[in-house]
Design a protein around this ligand. Structure first.
Ligand SMILES: [Zn+2]
Length: 320
């Protein structure tokens, strides 16, 4: 178990030592913290690599190449020190309403542009990979709802507004919340048509009789009765009918919107999915978990993820 600090101040102090950062990342990404050469497929075992103390890298006996703890993780190719990455990750998973690139820049001493890139990469770390189907079990009814985010086109540059199209300035988001475990999922969807919504339901929800609660949006009509027990609440007349309501997911929407308007100056639709992953991570890990445990969980997800500047912006570094 990784020994981690309890507060942001402790974390900043603790991770100011590079070797501590290397040990922490190694511990979370490799079994027992024992390094595995990224080029040689099988686990190397202790005798197959040695530590180069000055370079702070390992050298593999088999392929004669060096590798650092960053290789094959979200930190790969980053010139930013692990001490700064650790502090940024701590802030991102533990600040209740999220953190802006300006705050990260101020607190770690990197530029705002670098901080923005750091945050985008770390949001990918918070994303849950191949999650299980929702709703298994009698008590696990799933609330489903959709909402629209963003869109003040008057504040947007005219070229950008034209590019997005006048009508498309709001982005549709679909959310699902398991009643019993309070697990939430949310993602950007291209539209709120029936085929779109129902395809997402089939992708995410256990088709063996899961109970689904929605409002009376036409997109949920005709859900397969052999797979789901679908009950609706008519928001024109009532918000709650016994257990049938969507207040859990609506609560998530209000947290999300507060956070987006308070912390983030503008979220482009293209980047919104990553902000949703961030919000879902904090929401799903807010109970029975302290800051240290939440950070450790996030750190355990850094391996196998990459996000390049080009993927993020469609540009090569330094061109904007
Ligand atoms: Zn090797």
């Amino acid at each position: 178990m990784l020994e981690t600090p309890k507060t942001l101040i402790e974390a900043t102090r603790y991770f100011s030592d590079e070797q501590t950062c290397i040990n922490a990342v190694a511990m979370m990404r490799w079994e027992d913290g024992s390094p595995v050469c990224p080029r040689c497929t099988a686990a190397q075992g202790e005798r197959n690599h040695y530590w180069l103390a000055i370079q702070r890298r390992w050298k593999c006996y088999a392929c004669r190449k060096q590798f650092s703890v960053k290789v094959g993780t979200i930190f790969e190719d980053s010139p930013i020190g692990l001490d700064k990455w650790m502090v940024a990750l701590w802030m991102l998973c533990n600040c209740k309403n999220g953190v802006s690139s300006y705050e990260i820049a101020r607190d770690t001493g990197i530029s705002q542009k670098s901080a923005w890139f750091v945050l985008q990469r770390l949001r990918l770390v918070l994303k849950t990979e191949s999650p299980k189907l929702m709703g298994q079990g009698v008590k696990n009814a799933v609330e489903i709802d959709e909402t629209f985010i963003g869109g003040k086109p008057k504040n947007m540059h005219v070229k950008r507004r034209m590019a997005l199209g006048q009508a498309d300035h709001k982005t549709a988001v679909m959310g699902m919340l398991t009643r019993d475990t309070r697990e939430v999922r949310a993602k950007v969807i291209p539209n709120v048509r029936r085929d779109t919504l129902q395809a997402e339901i089939l992708k995410n929800i256990d088709p063996w009789g899961t109970r689904i609660y929605t409002d009376q949006h036409i997109g949920y009509e005709g859900l397969d009765k052999t797979k789901f027990i679908h009950e609706t609440v008519n928001h024109m007349q009532e918000y709650v009918r016994g257990k049938v309501h969507t207040q859990g997911i609506e609560n998530f929407w209000s947290l999300l919107k507060r956070s987006l308007s308070g912390t983030y100056i503008a979220v482009e639709p293209y980047h919104l999915d990553r902000y949703l992953d961030e919000q879902c991570f904090r929401f799903n890990n807010r109970k029975n978990m302290n800051d240290s445990a939440r950070f450790t969980k996030a750190l355990s997800q850094v391996a196998g993820k990459r996000l390049t500047w080009k993927e993020l912006t469609g540009k090569v570094p330094g061109s904007c």
